[in-house]
Ligand binder design. Structure first.
Ligand SMILES: Nc1ncnc2c1ncn2[C@@H]1O[C@H](COP(=O)(O)OP(=O)(O)OP(=O)(O)O)[C@@H](O)[C@H]1O
Length: 261
């Protein structure tokens, strides 16, 4: 069975009460088919992280529902893996210790944990660094550990909150390529938050643009690029430029509005 379909229906999220009340998400509905790579872009403060944390089960919705393969979510679960911009590694654990963490939680025996963790450490080009601590690693390496840790426990859905936002351009491009390889090989549903329209269009099969605060879906664009081409050829293609312009224009309408008020 193909898994990892996320259905968001009539979703509202309100923070606080009384004078402190803020509506962060306003009546948002969207379906992410199994195995799709979806990016979400929108003006600052429109509710992108809130949406991701609702899907992760870190927050409760105020109204509406979110289901994974038809089942309403009730808190965090190993069917969904979250990758944060600031890596969120355990500083007191080595690379190996970070990657085995989720496997320990699943109750896997020690030998299996090590074998499985090593597979994802190797996949993320971290072999030789198993015994290092996070403080001994570069930002790009920390983000690869974070991805290896998440992939090791085999979530159906990867939820990524600006995971490459803190990295410089060459490293960002390298990790984007690694993420695309993983997505193709492991057949995960990916929901990817970014500020960067080029990143969203390059990586995704679909880009959702959110409105300004309180956020809802403004429109969503299907991105139909020839993925057998090299990065260079995709970036100079008319299809890529055309999609980038459409998404940028849609986003621009929302951010310009903020400047006018
Ligand atoms: N814990 C919280 N308590 C109260 N309000 C919050 C909380 N978290 C977020 N908000 C508010 O909800 C709205 C959406 O915030 P959120 O962080 O989801 O937006 P975002 O699109 O991810 O922003 P950015 O792109 O700047 O990271 C904002 O108005 C924010 O101030």
């Amino acid at each position: 069975m193909v898994e990892g379909k996320v259905t968001i229906s009539d979703l509202d999220k309100v923070y606080g009460t009384g004078a402190e009340r803020t509506k962060a998400i306003d009546n948002l509905s969207h379906e992410v088919p199994s195995g799709e790579f979806l990016s979400v872009v929108g003006p600052s403060g429109c509710g992108k992280s809130t949406l991701l944390y609702l899907i992760a089960g870190f927050l409760d919705e105020s109204e509406g529902t979110i289901t994974v393969d038809g089942d309403p979510i009730s808190g965090p679960g190993t069917d969904r893996g979250v990758v944060f911009q600031d890596y969120a590694l355990f500083p007191w654990r080595t690379v190996m210790g970070n990657v085995t963490y989720g496997l320990e939680q699943k109750g896997m025996n020690k030998e299996e944990q090590q074998t499985r963790a090593q597979r994802f450490i190797d996949m993320m080009d971290l072999d030789g660094f198993e015994d290092k601590y996070p403080k001994e690693l570069s930002g790009g390496m920390k983000q690869r550990v974070s991805l290896a840790r998440t992939l090791a426990y085999d979530p159906k859905i990867l939820l990524m909150d600006e995971p490459f936002g803190a990295l410089d351009q060459p490293l960002r491009e390298l990790l984007q390529e690694q993420l695309l390889d993983i997505w193709r090989d492991l057949n995960k549903t990916v929901i990817f938050i970014t500020h960067d329209v080029e990143e969203a269009v390059y990586l995704s099969e679909r880009v959702m643009v959110m409105t300004r605060h309180p956020g809802t879906k403004k429109e969503s664009f299907e991105i139909d690029l020839d993925r057998s081409k090299s990065r260079e050829d995709v970036i100079i293609s008319d299809e890529y430029t055309d999609m980038k312009n459409k998404v940028w224009k849609s986003l621009r309408e929302e951010t310009n509005h903020n400047r006018e008020i």
